[in-house]
Ligand binder design. Structure first.
Ligand code: ATP
Ligand code: MG
Length: 180
């Protein structure tokens, strides 16, 4: 399973349709400051169902819709499609290629689709759970966090790993229980 393409339409700074193609392995996105690199990462988390405006670096959810520039008027909707290669069948669905689409209109909520068929957020979450991609399963290291990780002490670094692996909450629970 790997990410094949990501298509952005009216999402943040990507006013016109933009498709990014990925290959298996490591992908690097490079570009000058403000060119939209972090917006690409925001699009990835958004299409997988992110519900927090703050996690998307905005004040409200509609901030993901292209807000217009001096040259281009604002748009009324944002749409992101993520195509995942599923030839190894990791996603529990009978397709070798799976496209998840999320659309949002300025006035209303989000619509989701799996391979063009309308779906609920729950369907997206269930599709991605147990694949390492779903909510709180993938790990996104934010800008500036990398420096913190590199300069961390071994104990702090262990904390980062424990948090990513989701075991920090169990450690805290254990510590609380032992205090009692
Ligand atoms: P850096 O190297 O500084 O981290 P970056 O490539 O990560 O830069 P982004 O944060 O992805 O840059 O993009 C920032 C740009 O996206 C800003 O110019 C901002 O105005 C634009 N932008 C964000 N949201 C919207 C929106 N809703 N409509 C139009 N433009 C937007
Ligand atoms: Mg950035």
């Amino acid at each position: 399973m790997y990410l094949k393409t990501l298509t952005l339409r009216g999402f943040k700074s990507f006013a016109s349709t933009t498709t990014l193609r990925f290959e298996p392995g490591i992908t690097a996105v490079v570009g000058p400051n403000g060119s939209g690199k972090s917006n690409v990462v925001d699009a990835l988390t958004w299409v997988m169902g992110e519900q927090g405006a703050k996690s998307l670096r905005g004040a409200k959810m509609a901030d993901v819709i292209f807000a217009g520039t001096a040259l281009k008027p604002a748009l009324g909707r944002a749409e992101v499609s993520l195509t995942i290669d599923n030839s190894d069948g990791v996603l529990p669905i009978d397709y070798t290629e799976v496209t998840i689409t999320r659309t949002m209109f300025r006035g209303g909520g989000s619509e989701y689709a799996i391979n063009g068929t309308p779906a609920r957020l729950l369907d997206i979450q269930e599709l991605l759970s147990d694949t390492g991609m779903g909510k709180q399963m993938h790990v996104i290291v934010g800008q500036g966090q990398l420096d913190a990780i590199l300069s961390a002490t071994p104990v702090e670094r262990r904390g980062f790993i424990e948090e990513s692996a989701g075991i920090l909450k169990h450690r805290r629970r254990k510590e609380r229980a032992l205090r009692k």
